[in-house]
Structures are given as structure tokens and as C-alpha cells.
Design a binder for this molecule. Structure first.
Ligand SMILES: [Zn+2]
Ligand SMILES: [Zn+2]
Ligand SMILES: [Zn+2]
Ligand SMILES: [Zn+2]
Ligand SMILES: [Zn+2]
Length: 711
């Protein structure tokens, strides 16, 4: 923390900050107003006035997610607060204005995720490709193409005639005989592509995948049509050779000039299956590709309360507002101390009580990195962090990295290019998270480089090093690097020297891509299931006596834990629905904080699992506006389909009410409006029944990021 801030905090209490905030607000300096309100909340987190002014300032700054957050915090203190209720209505109005301008176009666009998915060859696929090739050649005896030859025109004609006959036989349903005719035709003219294609189809119908494929392989590459490439993809997939299947589907897609959506979809399905197959093997789910992108489906019926799957983060970082709560920087485990938990009264406890706490409190094995800027729950976490990323961004090895931890400690505030102190990092999560993504890539590239005895990573090494982050989609349009120039330059500097003469050039494109990768995928979670208080209670089990009784009474309060944001590879494939059927809760995965995806409504085998990215208690129009603004999509979930926006339009048939009239709403949920009883009945049967009067889950939200578009 910089000195300047220390001085201020040393002199002001919550009220002082609040007064400052009000002053700045009245002068129109909303950033300063927000800053001071936040400082007041740091000291006194139940200060409703501070919540309100923080919310108002954030709205003025167009940081709607933040203002919503502060208003919600305020409502936790006083659920009936009139000012907040009014402010929320205002906020919704602003959001809708913003949305009306942009949402209409989105509504009309036909969305298909396949347009956004690349068919890049994965660098590590080269070896897999060769391995599959060997199987194709040895096990299935598949040689590429026939020797070149010239076929006598008479034979060609003969073959064509036999083929006509074969078609007639097929119509009569005699598959076996038709195959024979194709064979006779091909004996006469081995270059007849139609005969090969036909025999391949017939063989596939009979389940002779290998023979079928043999015919396709015999067709020279330059003569293979889009359909042949696509067909080959299907066969190779059936044989369990996904890398070759992808190769054939890719050919079909490029040959059709990206117009064959089916081929592109099949490509992504194979890819999803091979990447996620190993991750889902122990869970009753599978990842598939649909028009909305990767999606997760139940492979058996699941009951409410069941855990569908667990997930652990690939990258994680604290949310900045929790920066002062002790936790392991590598695994997010709580490092709560007795003094932190019991507060000032801890020093007043009598000696027997204090010694009992000391004795039974889980042993503190925490260690600090020699740079003093990262703390770990134990040596194992320290080693892992060091090996996976920290040595690239440890200020002891990389002097440029000090700035990164300063930025974290100052909650995103720093000097801008004109030397003025302001918020130079806007997201809620720590910028360290972003730096770790690059540090992980660099570490892996350097490892591969050393393994190959080289002094610089090759292009292939860099490509391979990015593998672990590939599961996370990237979606975002604006140029963030230009909106966060100080942080962009900071990262460029940090990675300009990664040790051993290696550098990693953070281009604008790279900065934007990783920024959006984090933004689209981050999920908040914490170690709420495994704090030292849990350890203490466990250790007190079976210990009797009056001191224990007193201590048990003193541990009733939930401990404060730091909320982290993490990128979870499997969870990242969950899509949103406003009637979500799973919810994300804190979990303990392999002994470390992670997430559980818990069933919230019963699921049948084959049902898609949906989480929610937003607070589902909001009305439809606001939900859609919110989702559109933060996640760039127009929600078409079942609930959005069977709820309306107001009494002027029939939710079922779309008819407009006459000027001075209003349609009647559904008496149960009041969220759908109908022109007639007929329409109400129809809608009920079609789907309203399933979403009328839903229960809402209110657990861990997705880490919604502040929209930088308005900056
Ligand atoms: Zn740890
Ligand atoms: Zn360090
Ligand atoms: Zn929806
Ligand atoms: Zn109607
Ligand atoms: Zn209803």
C-alpha cells in the first residue's frame, strides 16, 4: 500500500470517508466519491449510507454491475430501504435504455456458436495424428489412393451401366446384391467415384466401417467432394480415430468455404468429445457441442441436491475487495488466525481459553515467498506456485513485477500516464490472475525448451504451452489494451524478461484475448467449507470441560473468507438459463477449495445442465439486458420464452393490446400476460407450467466484470 493511502486511513474513520464521498459526489467527481465510499465500507461493512452512495457513484460511472452489487449489499442490511428500491428502478431504466439501442439487432441475429470456433490444428496433435495413421495402415490396411491408370472408355461405359443396375437393386432393398454390383463396376473401372461412394454407403449401413473407409481412401484427394470428406469424418469417428476425423471434417469445412455448417458442427462435436471425455469419465455428464457452443448433458437421471461434478481451477486470483483477508495465494485455502477470527476480544480471553485455542487451532504451516508478496498455506503450495508460474513474476527475480503486487495491494489504483493517481485496473479480480496466465505459458514453454536442449522455445513449444488454457472460450470485442494502457504496459514490461534470455511479447491482441478469456469464464468461490474454524471444531471433538463449552459458544459466527475468482475447465462449458437446474457451490476438491456443481432441479438423462450467470429474481427484460451487456447474448431460455415483458403484448401470440387496455397476467407468477383465456391455456401447456413460480438459487455468482465499453 502506498504511503499516501496509509496516511488517509490513519486519520479517517468510516464517517470521515463517507463525508468525503458525499463532497466528491456533489462536485461531480464520481470516481473519488466511489473510492471514498468503498473505503468507508472497508472499515464498516454494514454502513447503508456508504452502500447507497457507492451504488450511485458507480451508476454515474456506468459501472452498473458494481452499483447493483452495492445496492444488494445495502438491501442485506435493510431489505425494506426505500431509497435503494428507487435507485434500483433507476438503474434498471438506465440498463434498458442502453439495451434498447443494442438489443434489437442481437435479437434478430441467428446465433450459431460454430461461427466463432476455430478448427486450428492443436500442436500436440501431430504425434497423435501419426499414431492414428499407423493404426489405419497396419490394422485397417488403408493405403492412400490407387496407382494412376487410364481406363478404357468401353470399360468406363460398362461400369456406368452396372451402376445403374445397382441403384435399381437398392430400391428393391437388396443391399448385399447392390454391393456386389458395385464391385463388378469397380473391377471394370476402378476410378468410378460414384461406385466407390455408393459401395461405401452400403457397407456403412451394414456396419462394415473398415470396408466403407477403404473405398473413401481409394478416391484421390483432389476428387473428394465435401460430402466425401464429411462421410470419412463420420467413419473415422466411429473407428475411434478423432484426430483423423477432425482432419476430414476440416477438409469438408474449408472445401465448402465455411458454408457447410453440418461439417463444422461435427468437427466441434468430435473435438469436444476428445478434449472433455477424460475430464468427465467419473461423472454422470458429458460435454457435447450444440449451436450454442460447448454444453454439458446429464448421462443419467439426477436428483435435486446431488453433485453432478466437481471442478478445480486452472488459474485463480483473489477478488480485490477481499485482498486483506488471509488466504493461500496458490490454493485459496483460508489462513484465518485466532486474532482475526475473534477480533479484539481475543486478547481479553482468559489464559486457559487462549491456550486451548492455541492448542486446538490447526497448525499454521504458512510460508511466505522470499519476495514477501505472496503467502502460501504450506511448502507444497509454495513449491507448486514456484514451479508453475511464480518464479516468472516473483519480484525477487523480476524487478518489474513489484508494480503488479502494488497494484493488487492498492485495489487497482495507481499512477496514470500523467502521474495522477486513479483506478488503472477496473475488474473486480486481481490483476495477478491475468499475469499468472502468461507466467504459466512461459514456464511450460521454457520446460519444453530445456527438454529439447534448446536455448529458446520454438513456435511449437509456445503453442503447446498454451494447451491448458484452450478450454476457455474468448468472447469480447473492444480493445481493452487501449482502455487499460498502464496495466497493458506493465504486463509488457514484466514479460519482456522471463529469465534465461527468454521473453514473451504481450501484443495488444494477446492482452485482449487473455483479458476476455478471464472475463468470460471466471467463477467466484471460496474456502468456506474448510476454514481453520472447521479444523478447530474437529480438533475439539471429544474434548470436554467448561473451557471447551465456552469456546464452542464463541465459534458460532461464520468466519470471513476471501472470495476468489477461478477458471474452471469443465464448469466453463456450462451454459446459462434463467431457470437454471444446477448451482455452483463452494467445494473441496482433492483437499483444496474448488467448486461443486449441485443439482437444483431434477434432471433426466440427456437434459442439458444450466447454471445462471445472473440474479434470476429480476424480471425478463432486465435479465436479458444484463446478460446482453455482460455476456453478449440474447437469452432464449425456456423461462424467457414463456415470460413476458409487460401487459401490452400477449406473451403467447404476440398480439398488441389496444391503446388504453392492458392484458391480464398469470395469476400465479404475474410474469406473463395473455390476450385471452385460450392463449393462457395454450401457453400453460406449451411450457409456462414448467417455469411459473420458480424457486431461485442465490449462491455463488459468476464473477461479472465491469464493462469497459463505456470507458
Ligand atoms: Zn495452499
Ligand atoms: Zn516471490
Ligand atoms: Zn433467460
Ligand atoms: Zn394471445
Ligand atoms: Zn405463471
Amino acid at each position: 500500500m502506498s504511503e499516501e493511502v496509509n496516511v488517509i486511513i490513519g486519520h479517517l474513520d468510516a464517517n470521515g470517508f463517507l463525508q468525503n464521498s458525499e463532497l466528491h459526489f456533489s462536485k461531480g467527481d464520481f470516481l473519488k466519491a466511489l473510492e471514498n465510499a468503498k473505503a468507508a465500507l472497508q472499515i464498516e461493512n454494514k454502513n447503508i449510507k456508504a452502500c447507497i452512495i457507492a451504488g450511485r457513484s458507480a451508476t454515474r460511472l456506468k459501472r452498473f454491475d458494481e452499483s447493483y452489487y452495492f445496492y444488494k449489499e445495502g438491501l442485506k442490511i435493510d431489505p425494506k430501504n426505500k431509497i435503494i428500491a428507487e435507485e434500483l428502478i433507476d438503474l434498471q431504466k438506465i440498463l434498458l435504455d442502453h439495451f434498447d439501442k443494442m438489443g434489437i439487432e442481437a435479437k434478430e441475429q441467428d446465433y450459431n456458436a460454430v461461427h466463432f470456433c476455430s478448427q486450428d490444428v492443436y500442436p500436440e496433435d501431430k504425434e497423435l495424428f501419426l499414431l492414428e495413421k499407423e493404426i489405419l495402415e497396419t490394422k485397417y490396411k488403408l493405403e492412400n489412393r490407387l496407382p494412376s491408370m487410364i481406363v478404357d472408355p468401353i470399360k468406363r461405359k460398362e461400369a456406368a451401366q452396372i451402376l445403374m443396375k445397382a441403384h435399381k437393386i437398392i430400391l428393391a432393398g437388396e443391399t448385399e446384391d447392390a454391393i456386389k454390383q458395385c464391385t463388378i463396376a469397380l473391377d471394370a473401372d476402378p476410378l468410378n467415384i460414384t461406385a466407390r461412394q455408393l459401395r461405401a454407403r452400403l457397407n456403412q449401413e451394414k456396419g462394415n466401417i473398415e470396408q466403407s473407409l477403404q473405398d473413401l481412401y481409394a478416391i484421390p484427394k483432389e476428387n473428394r467432394s465435401v460430402d466425401i470428406w464429411k462421410f470419412g469424418g463420420i467413419l473415422l469417428h466411429q473407428l475411434g480415430l478423432p484426430v483423423h476425423a477432425e482432419f476430414w471434417y476440416r477438409k469438408a469445412t474449408t472445401l465448402s468455404q465455411m458454408k457447410d455448417i453440418e461439417a463444422a458442427m461435427m468437427f466441434q462435436k468430435v473435438r469436444a468429445e476428445r478434449i472433455y471425455g477424460p475430464l468427465t469419465i467419473n461423472y454422470p455428464i458429458k460435454v457435447n457441442f450444440t449451436k450454442y457452443g460447448r454444453s454439458i448433458f446429464a448421462t443419467k437421471g439426477l436428483k435435486i441436491g446431488e453433485i453432478a461434478f466437481e471442478d478445480k481451477p486452472v488459474v485463480l486470483g483473489k477478488l480485490l475487495q477481499y485482498k486483506d483477508i488471509s488466504a493461500c495465494d496458490h490454493c485459496a485455502a483460508s489462513l484465518l488466525t485466532p486474532a482475526e477470527y475473534f477480533g479484539e476480544k481475543y486478547m481479553e480471553f482468559n489464559p486457559p481459553l487462549r491456550s486451548l485455542i492455541k492448542e486446538k487451532w490447526p497448525k499454521d504451516e504458512s510460508v511466505r515467498c522470499s519476495c514477501q508478496r505472496q503467502v502460501y498455506c504450506n511448502a507444497k503450495c509454495q513449491n507448486e506456485a514456484w514451479e508453475q508460474y511464480h518464479q516468472i513474476i516473483c519480484p525477487n527475480k523480476n524487478v518489474h513485477a513489484h508494480a503488479l503486487y502494488d497494484l493488487h495491494d492498492n485495489a487497482g489504483y495507481g499512477l496514470n500516464k500523467d502521474g495522477i493517481r486513479e483506478e488503472i485496473w477496473v475488474p473486480q479480480y486481481s490483476p495477478i490472475l491475468l499475469a499468472r496466465m502468461w507466467a504459466m505459458i512461459v514456464m511450460e514453454a521454457k520446460r519444453l525448451m530445456r527438454k529439447n536442449g534448446l536455448s529458446q522455445p520454438t513456435f511449437q513449444h509456445w503453442a503447446k504451452a498454451k494447451t491448458s488454457l484452450r478450454k476457455f472460450i474468448v468472447f469480447g470485442k473492444s480493445n481493452v489494451a487501449s482502455k487499460l494502457p498502464e496495466v497493458f504496459n506493465m504486463m509488457r514490461e514484466i514479460f519482456s524478461d522471463c529469465g534465461d534470455g527468454v521473453k514473451y511479447e504481450i501484443t495488444e491482441e494477446e492482452f485482449n484475448a487473455r483479458y476476455y478469456q478471464a472475463t468470460c469464464n471466471l467463477q467466484s468461490y471460496s474456502s468456506s467449507l474448510s476454514t481453520p474454524i472447521h479444523g478447530l471444531l474437529k480438533n475439539l471433538n471429544g474434548v470436554n470441560g467448561i473451557t471447551t463449552m465456552i469456546l464452542l459458544k464463541l465459534t458460532k459466527e461464520e468466519p470471513k473468507v476471501a472470495t476468489f475468482a477461478g477458471m474452471f475447465p469443465l464448469h466453463a462449458s456450462l451454459n446459462h438459463a434463467c431457470d437454471n437446474n444446477v448451482e455452483i457451490i463452494d467445494g473441496l476438491v482433492d483437499g483444496r477449495p474448488g467448486v461443486y456443481v449441485r443439482v437444483f432441479r431434477d434432471l433426466n438423462a440427456g437434459d442439458e445442465l444450466f447454471t445462471t450467470y445472473i440474479d434470476t429474481t429480476m424480471p425478463r427484460k432486465i435479465r436479458r439486458a444484463w446478460l446482453f451487456k455482460s455476456f453478449n447474448f440474447w437469452c432464449q431460455c425456456r423461462r424467457c420464452q414463456f415470460e413476458g415483458d409487460g401487459p401490452n403484448i400477449c406473451t403467447n401470440c404476440g398480439k398488441y393490446a389496444q391503446e388504453d387496455k392492458k392484458f391480464q397476467h398469470c395469476g400465479k407468477c404475474k410474469k406473463a400476460w395473455y390476450c385471452s383465456l385460450q392463449c393462457q391455456k395454450e401457453a400453460w401447456v406449451k411450457g409456462h407450467i414448467a417455469i411459473c413460480q420458480l424457486q431461485h438459487s442465490m449462491v455463488n455468482p459468476k464473477t461479472i466484470d465491469t464493462d469497459l465499453q463505456d470507458r
